[in-house]
Design a protein around this ligand. Structure first.
Ligand code: AMP
Ligand code: ZN
Length: 141
């Protein structure tokens, strides 16, 4: 997937606009989010342009996720956080503002006021099994 001329993260990857880069390898770069939810909030970005993870070859996504543990350890060490969220949005409806795949590492501490509504539902009779069959069918399993 070629770089996209109008994409802010492609421009960061190409070095055309600055970023506070902390890590780079053949597959991805990681830099500080310019609008942090907490100090040391990091973004991990594949070097190739894909809008959503559903567009990505699995091994290219794996090459990016491979780096999560070491980057998360660095974020924990530097921020002194008590925990962290790994967040990855796909599509405007999910909150994705930059249409180039990226993974957030967000440090968390007690009382930080972050979080989101987790309105857990309950399946009506038979619905869970119906979805299980549909997903297994889609997966061919
Ligand atoms: P999302 O809502 O998941 O698409 O997140 C996009 C994130 O990219 C936001 O948290 C922004 O603060 C961040 N962001 C946008 N432009 C830049 C930039 N030039 N450098 C660093 N982070 C950026
Ligand atoms: Zn891009």
């Amino acid at each position: 997937m070629p770089q996209q001329a109008d994409c802010v993260f492609c421009k960061i990857v190409a070095g055309q606009i600055p970023s506070a880069k902390v890590f780079e390898d053949d597959a991805c770069i990681a830099f500080l989010d310019i609008g942090p939810l907490a100090d040391a909030h990091l973004l991990i970005v594949p070097k190739e342009h894909y809008e959503r993870i559903t567009d990505m070859p699995a091994l290219e996504f794996a090459a990016v996720t491979l780096r999560i543990p070491q980057l998360a350890r660095a974020v924990m060490e530097v921020s002194g956080a008590e925990g962290l969220n790994v967040l990855q949005n796909n599509g405007q409806v999910s909150g994705q503002a930059v249409p180039h795949v990226h993974i957030h590492i967000i440090p968390r501490r007690q009382g930080d006021g972050l979080g989101y509504r987790w309105n857990a539902g309950k399946y009506p009779e038979g619905k869970l099994q119906q979805l299980q069959r549909a997903l297994a069918g889609a997966l061919g399993t």
